[in-house]
Design a protein around this ligand. Structure first.
Ligand SMILES: Cc1cc2nc3c(=O)[nH]c(=O)nc-3n(C[C@H](O)[C@H](O)[C@H](O)COP(=O)(O)OP(=O)(O)OC[C@H]3O[C@@H](n4cnc5c(N)ncnc54)[C@H](O)[C@@H]3O)c2cc1C
Length: 396
C-alpha cells in the first residue's frame, strides 16, 4: 500500500485545490459544507448546477476509464481529489449514485449503445440517478424482490410493476436502476433483471418519507406498468449485475465520505475546545478514539483500493462497512455529549436542527443502509472467515 504521493500527484493536488478556490465562489459559496448525510435534501437545484460546473472543469468520473469519458485517474489521485474536495467544504454530491454506482455498472455490463446513451448525462451532471433495490419485504433479504417485469406487448421492451422503498433522492432523480423479476414464478437469486427506468413517466409515483431528522431524503416509489428503457445484461442475470454494483458501493466513493467525517470531527473538536467539554478526561479519550478510528478507516480504504492487500481484499472491504457505520454512529453520540444539555434544545420552531443534531439523528441509519451491521457480520463470518452458512428457517 502506498501512503505517500509522488510529485505528479502533488501537482494534481494543487490543480484541484486551485480549481475549487476559484470556482466555489459566487452562487456556489452558499453550498459549502451542505448536502451531506441528513442534509441531502438541501439546495438540489443549486447542487445540480454545481455538478455541471464540476463537469465543465473535468472533475466528474475522474476514476472512470478514458475510453468511457472519464479521466482515468489513479487511486492516489482519486484519494487526493476527495481530500481536497472535503477540505474546501465543497457540497455533497447530488450525482453520486449515477457516478459511483450506475456509471461503473454500465461500464462493466452495459452494451456500447447503453454506454453512449447514459454515460454522457452522468458525466455532465445533467441526469441524476436513484437506486431501486429495497422493497417492503426485501431489504436485507434482497433476493426476495417481488417487483415484476413483463414483456411490453406494444413497445417490445419491458413493463415494471411493484413497489420500492427507502429510495434515496428518487424525488430528484431522472433515472432509477430497478431490480425486478423477469420470470413470474422464479425465486431467490434466479429470474431477476436489472432495468433502467425513466422517472419522468406516468407509471412512476414517488412519495417522500419523513425521516427522524424531519426532512425527506428518501421515498417510496410505485411502478405501475412503467416502461423500462433498457435492461442491462440478459433477463435472468440481474442478480450478477446487482451484486457487482454493491461492490462499487464499497469502492472509491467511500473516500469522499471519510473526508466528510473528518469535517464533522473537526467541528466537534472545535466545539469541545470552546465550550469546555475538552477538559473532561472521558470526552478527551473518546475524541482521541474517534480520531484513531478515522485514520484506521483511511488506511484500510487505501489498502483495499490499492489492491495491495492481495488475498485479503475481500475481507478488508467486508470489515470496512461495519467499521465506518459503527464509527459514524458513535460520532453522532459523541457530538451530543460534547454539546451537553444544549444538544436537546431545538434552535427554532418547528424542527430546525443544528448540523450536529441532524448528524446525530441521521447516523442512527448508518448501521442500516447499504447493509445492516447484523447482516455485515454474517457476511464477514461466511465470506471473510469461511465459517458455515447461517442456518435458514425458524429457530425453535
Ligand atoms: C438512509 C437510508 C437510505 C437508503 N437508501 C436506499 C436506496 O437509495 N435504495 C435502496 O434500494 N435502498 C435504500 N435503503 C434501504 C436499505 O438498503 C435497507 O434498509 C437495508 O438493506 C435493511 O433492510 P430492511 O430495512 O428491509 O430491514 P430488514 O431486512 O427487515 O431487517 C430488520 C432487522 O433484522 C435484522 N436481520 C434481518 N435478517 C437477519 C439475519 N439473517 N441475521 C441477523 N439479523 C438479521 C437486520 O439486521 C435488521 O436489524 C436505505 C436505507 C436507509 C436507512
Amino acid at each position: 500500500m502506498k501512503l505517500t504521493f509522488s510529485a505528479e500527484d502533488e501537482a494534481f493536488r494543487a490543480e484541484i485545490a486551485g480549481w475549487l478556490r476559484k470556482n466555489l465562489v459566487g452562487e456556489f459559496a452558499a453550498l459549502r459544507f451542505r448536502g451531506g448525510p441528513g442534509d441531502e435534501h438541501m439546495f438540489p437545484a443549486e447542487r445540480k448546477r454545481w455538478e455541471q460546473k464540476l463537469a465543465e472543469g473535468g472533475w466528474t468520473g475522474i476514476g472512470w476509464p478514458r475510453a468511457d469519458g472519464g479521466r482515468g485517474c489513479s487511486i492516489e489521485q482519486q484519494v487526493i481529489f476527495h481530500e481536497e474536495y472535503a477540505r474546501a467544504g465543497a457540497p455533497g454530491r447530488v450525482g453520486h449514485i449515477g457516478e459511483g454506482l450506475a456509471g461503473p455498472t454500465l461500464i462493466a455490463f452495459g452494451s456500447e449503445a447503453q454506454k453512449l446513451k447514459y454515460l454522457p448525462g452522468i458525466l455532465a451532471g445533467t441526469e441524476l440517478w436513484c437506486q431501486g433495490y429495497s422493497e417492503p419485504g426485501a431489504g436485507s433479504d434482497l433476493a426476495n424482490v417481488k417487483t415484476r417485469a413483463r414483456p411490453d406487448p406494444v413497445g417490445g421492451g419491458w413493463l415494471i410493476n411493484g413497489q420500492k422503498v427507502w429510495t434515496s433522492l428518487a424525488h430528484e432523480a431522472d433515472w432509477c436502476f430497478v431490480l425486478a423479476r423477469t420470470e413470474p414464478d422464479s425465486q431467490g437469486h434466479k429470474g431477476l433483471g436489472f432495468f433502467l427506468v425513466s422517472m419522468h413517466q406516468p407509471g412512476v409515483v414517488v412519495r417522500p418519507i419523513e425521516q427522524l431528522t424531519g426532512t425527506s431524503e428518501f421515498n417510496e416509489v410505485f411502478f405501475d406498468d412503467a416502461v423500462a428503457a433498457d435492461i442491462v445484461g440478459e433477463p435472468g442475470d440481474g442478480w450478477k449485475v446487482a451484486m457487482a454494483l454493491l461492490g462499487f458501493e464499497r469502492g472509491v466513493s467511500t473516500l469522499g465520505q471519510q473526508m466528510q467525517f473528518q469535517n464533522e470531527l473537526d467541528e466537534i473538536i472545535r466545539i469541545a475546545k470552546s465550550n469546555g467539554a475538552a477538559v473532561d478526561p472521558v470526552i478527551r479519550q473518546r475524541i482521541a478514539e474517534a480520531h484513531t478510528g478515522l485514520r484506521l478507516m483511511r488506511y484500510n480504504a487505501m489498502r483495499m483500493l490499492s489492491g495491495s492487500d492481495s488475498g485479503h481484499d475481500q475481507a478488508s472491504s467486508l470489515v470496512y462497512k461495519l467499521h465506518w457505520a459503527s464509527w459514524h454512529r458513535n460520532l453522532g453520540v459523541l457530538a451530543m455529549d460534547v454539546l451537553g444539555p444544549e444538544a436537546e434544545i431545538i434552535e427554532s420552531a418547528p424542527y430546525n436542527l443544528t448540523r450536529l443534531q441532524s448528524l446525530f439523528l441521521f447516523t442512527r441509519s448508518d448501521t442500516i443502509y447499504g447493509g445492516t451491521n447484523q447482516i455485515q457480520r454474517n457476511i464477514i463470518a461466511e465470506r471473510g472467515l469461511g465459517m458455515p452458512k447461517e442456518p435458514k428457517g425458524k429457530l425453535s
